[in-house]
Design a protein. Structure first.
Length: 207
């Protein structure tokens, strides 16, 4: 990516608790080290008690990396819900307005070269009756970054998620977050993944 270009990367995963926020941290630092002004958006965060934990952590980091990013927590996490569930359920009677989210994205992009957008859960987590997290990637005109786990079952989850992205013609990169079943990964999952994809990219090694 050339520095003068505006770009969005949508960080998604095969499921919840796979490491999207960790990935956002690594990717934000990666681009900041390359001289890009970075920004962050998490359209919906659920399980919010007093304040959005993930969004607040990332906003603090972004302001350290890019002092020009003057957004508030309500800008970077427009929808905050208490129930730890899919946004469709957690929102109760609140309407998640897609046009409003697009406006927030456009606003945040005025303060950065590259905007990192963090999804909620996996690709098929529902937001509205007929809109899922995977649909937001296309709505935001973003490239996806798929984070997959190293645990038993990651082959199936990874291939299913890739098929979903390909079916919607979404460009994506993918990284393995090596943190579960570490001792067995090389024997149980790595042989197939390397045979199918060649050299693997590990999120933990991203500088």
């Amino acid at each position: 990516m050339k520095k003068e270009e505006k770009k969005t990367l949508f960080i998604t995963a095969t499921n919840t608790d796979v490491g999207k926020t960790f990935a956002c941290e690594k990717i934000l630092k990666h681009y900041a080290q390359k001289g890009f002004k970075v920004g962050y958006l998490k359209p919906c965060e659920t399980g919010v008690e007093k304040y959005p934990l993930d969004g607040t952590k990332m906003l603090t980091l972004v302001k350290e990396l890019n002092p020009e990013f003057k957004a508030s927590i309500d800008d970077v996490v427009p929808y905050q819900f208490k129930l730890p569930a899919a946004p469709y359920v957690a929102k109760e009677d609140i309407n998640i307005n897609i046009e409003f989210l697009k406006e927030k994205k456009n606003y945040l992009q005025t303060m950065c070269d590259i905007l990192i957008i963090e999804g909620a859960g996996g690709l098929m987590v529902p937001i509205q009756d007929d809109i899922y997290i995977i649909d937001l990637i296309k709505i935001f005109n973003s490239k996806a970054v798929l984070i997959t786990p190293s645990k038993l079952g990651c082959i199936n989850d990874t291939l299913l998620s890739m098929e979903a992205l390909k079916s919607r013609e979404i460009e994506f990169d993918w990284y393995i977050n090596l943190y579960q079943d570490i001792n067995s990964f090389d024997k149980v999952s790595r042989p197939f993944l390397e045979n199918k994809f060649g050299k693997l990219q590990f999120l933990n090694c991203l500088d």
